[in-house]
Design a protein around this ligand. Structure first.
Ligand SMILES: *Cc1c(COP(=O)(O)O)cnc(C)c1O
Length: 355
C-alpha cells in the first residue's frame, strides 16, 4: 500500500479512479469515451447538473449562490475576482497569511487599491490573525481559509465583517462544516480535495456582480458564465466528471459533517504524535494548525534526510516539505485513509526512539 500525503494534485478515493477510468473507455454504456462526447450533449449536461446540485447540497448553499466550473485553476481567480468586483479607485481588504494570499494580493493590486486587514507576516505566516481591521470602506474582504504551504487554517471565520466575504478554499473545501451560505464568493482548484486538476469551483452570490465600470472580457465576466451555466466555451469535461465522482463518494460517506470528524481524528493523531516527540517540531501555532496540511521539521538536517529516506522506503509519498519552508508536510485530504496517518505516526515514533 502506498501512503499518499501529496499536497496537490493529491489522493482521491480509489473508486473515483476506477469509475473515471471506466468512463474513458465507455461512458455510461454509451459506447463512447467521456473524452469524445460533446459538452452540450444530454449526457454531459446531466453531469454538470448533478455536480452543481451536489455542491449546493453538500455545502448547503442559499438560492442566491450560483455554482460555476471554470478553467484556469485557483490562480486565475486571483485576478478574475478583482477584475469583476473592484474599480480602479475602489479598495479591497485582504488578509495576508501565507504564500497563497500574498499571490492573491499581488493580482488584486493590478485592479484597485488593497488594504491588509490582518497579517501574520511577522510570525513568518505560522499563525492566523485574530483581529480583522476594516477601517476604510472596502468592496470585499478576502481570506485564504487554509494556507496549504504554511499549514495554517482559519478556525474562526469572520462571517459578519460587514462587507462581502470572499474565500480561497482550494485546500480545505468539503473538509469541514462552515456556514458556506454566508460567503459571497468561494473558489477552489479541484486538485486538492475535490477532483482532478483542470477545473475550478466558484460559488458566487450573484447580487455582488455588475457594480464595476470597466469592460470585462466576455469569458471572464461571471455574469456571462452564470447565464451560460459555465458553458461559454468547452469546459474541462473530464475534470468536471471527476469532481462529480468525488462528490458522489463524499455524499456516500455521509457528507461534510462526517468527513470532518474523520479529518479531525487524523489531524489529532498526527499532531499528538508530533507533540509527544521532541525530535519533531510543528511549524504552525497550535491553535491555528491546519487539519489538512501538517508542517513539521527536524532540527538536525542529517536526521531530516534520514527520515525522508525511511519514508521513501516505507512507501510514504509526498511528505517532503514545500521548497519555501523545508522539513516535512503531511497533507491529509478527505480521501487519505486514517490508516495512512496511523502508519506515519508509528514510523515517527520508531524513528524518534532510535535517533
Ligand atoms: C494550490 C492552491 C492554489 C493554486 O491553485 P492552482 O489551481 O494551481 O492555481 C491557490 N490557493 C491555495 C490555497 C492553494 O492551495
Amino acid at each position: 500500500m502506498i501512503h499518499n500525503f501529496n499536497a496537490g494534485p493529491s489522493i482521491l478515493p480509489k473508486e473515483v479512479f476506477e469509475k473515471a477510468s471506466e468512463a474513458v473507455l465507455n461512458f455510461e454504456n454509451s459506447g463512447l469515451s467521456i473524452l469524445e462526447i460533446g459538452h452540450r450533449t444530454t449526457r454531459f449536461q446531466a453531469v454538470v447538473e448533478e455536480a452543481t446540485n451536489l455542491v449546493k447540497e453538500l455545502l448547503q448553499l442559499n438560492n442566491e449562490q450560483e455554482v460555476l466550473f471554470l478553467h484556469g485553476g485557483a490562480s486565475t481567480q486571483f485576478y478574475q475576482i478583482p477584475l469583476n468586483l473592484l474599480n480602479g479607485t475602489d479598495t479591497a481588504a485582504y488578509t495576508e497569511t501565507g504564500t497563497w494570499s500574498v499571490k492573491a494580493i499581488k493580482e488584486a493590486k493590478i485592479f484597485g487599491n488593497v488594504i491588509i486587514a490582518g497579517s501574520s507576516k511577522e510570525s513568518n505566516y505560522t499563525s492566523i490573525p485574530k483581529k480583522i481591521n476594516l477601517t476604510e470602506k472596502t468592496n470585499y474582504l478576502h481570506i485564504t481559509t487554509n494556507e496549504t504551504i504554511a499549514g495554517t487554517q482559519w478556525k474562526n471565520i469572520p462571517y459578519d465583517c460587514g462587507v462581502p466575504l470572499i474565500a480561497d478554499m482550494s485546500s480545505d473545501i468539503f473538509s469541514r462544516v462552515l456556514d458556506f451560505s454566508k460567503f459571497d464568493l468561494i473558489y477552489a482548484g479541484a486538485q486538492k480535495n475535490m477532483g482532478a486538476a483542470g477545473v475550478n469551483l466558484v460559488v458566487i452570490n450573484k447580487n455582488i456582480l455588475g457594480k464595476v465600470k470597466r469592460t470585462i472580457p466576455t469569458i471572464l465576466d461571471y455574469r456571462n458564465q452564470i447565464a451560460e451555466k459555465s458553458m461559454m466555451n468547452t469546459p474541462p469535461v473530464f475534470a468536471i466528471y471527476v469532481v462529480l465522482l468525488t462528490l458522489r463518494w463524499l455524499k456516500k460517506q455521509g457528507g461534510v459533517a462526517t468527513i470532518e470528524k474523520i479529518n479531525n481524528t487524523k489531524a489529532e493523531l498526527l499532531y499528538k504524535t508530533l507533540d509527544s516527540l521532541p525530535i519533531f517540531t510543528g511549524v504552525a501555532a497550535k491553535e491555528d494548525r491546519s487539519t489538512m496540511n501538517a508542517v513539521f521539521t527536524i532540527s538536525d538536517p542529517i536526521l531530516e534526510n534520514e527520515f525522508l529516506k525511511i519514508c521513501n522506503e516505507e512507501n510514504i509519498v509526498g511528505i517532503k516539505g514545500h521548497r519555501s519552508v523545508g522539513g516535512f508536510r503531511a497533507s491529509m485530504y478527505n480521501a487519505l485513509p486514517l490508516e495512512s496517518v496511523q502508519f506515519l505516526s508509528e514510523l515517527m515514533c520508531q524513528f524518534a526512539e532510535k535517533a
